[in-house]
Design a protein around this ligand. Sequence first.
Ligand SMILES: [Cu+2]
Length: 434
Amino acid sequence: MRGVMKRMLTAAGVSVGMLLMAFTPASAAVFNLTADAGEISMPDGAQIYMWSFRDSAGGFRYPGPVLDVLVGDTVTVNLTNALPDMDGPSGPMSADAVSLLFPGHENVEFSSDGGVTWAPTGPAYTTGGSKESLRSLAGEAAPGQTVSYRFVAAKPGTYTYYSGTYPHKHVDMGLVGAIIVRTGLPNQAYFTTGSNYDYEVVQFYSAVDPDQHKRIKAGLPYQNSAYLPQYWFVNGRAFPDTIAPDTVSYLPNQPMGALLALYPKERLLVRMVTFDRDMHPLHSHGNHLMVLARNGRPLSSDGVNGDLAIEEYTQTMHPGDTQDGIFTWDPPMNFGFDVYGGDVTQPVPVIVPPEHNSVNINVGFGQLFSGTAYLGHKVDLGADAPINLNAMGEMYVPFHSHFEIELQNEGVGPGGMLAVIMICVPGKPCPGHP
Ligand SMILES: [Cu+2]
């Protein structure tokens, strides 16, 4: 699990390996988040000013931490507002209030006195109570203040959290994160059949309009109708930074890598979470995802059978959506030939066509291409591919937005909302695989 904030158990004697929900005693998961400002780095060298949630004890990061809890937990999130007043206390603007919304969870309560008294979270208005002055969809933390939210995580699944204050502005600025509610069953995402997995990743899709972020940094108002995204992210990174490891020196504030790595036949659970105001058609090469759940609700006719799970060419992610899908790569089934390389008498060397390999283009098949269609085999492409980063005959396929405009970094592609799936060679190391 990458970038996950583990629940802190405050009830004695509770083990994370608890098997049956009925036997799970009520426990508490407590998280301390701080809304703060910082910067993230783009592959083209740009630095983008962001607001985000961080672990109150940790440094600035985007996206915010994944809150990892167990079904039945009472989840308490203490939120401190450290958003800056960009034009100083004497300027025309003051720092924004900030808040938290927890879509998909019922009876969310709010406390502004350190948890002494609780009341249902509700909207906040700039003046009076008219809808014209609605500022926030949830109870707020004023600048410098710490407030608390709590709810019972009643249903397993993948959820979001984000600021409910000026959400058009705060979501674009980066005040967003994900929540995983676990079943307590080992390697099973829901209580439905077919939701078992070998391991899991979070894929977090978002975008920013850097011009609006420059305005906010300069103490100018956010121009809602002028929003025009220029960078698109997976896990807060733009391609090719998406394929870098979680921890790299040049991305100190973006700790979530987005490379997917699996061996053939493994069941990889992809927890997809999306923000920003556009929809994204996410497409996996190599195989379709089997979508098990949407917005924390399993696709099931009776809550037991995963019978409404659906295999789709693309997963259409709407703003605020979550979807959970299983990706497997099982070539005899998919391709009808022994791609594991058992039939080495029939190598499939590929010569790069001249029109793809002139001195003017020289793209070849990419630096990650093994030169064959057989997993675990490499063919020396010679002058056709003078630099080759393929280590052991592994394969790489894209997992990306099918909106081409989203595959660039401020006008230069390939970039943007593009992750890569690495198909590892059985018996060989698989970097990035847990
Ligand atoms: Cu594609």
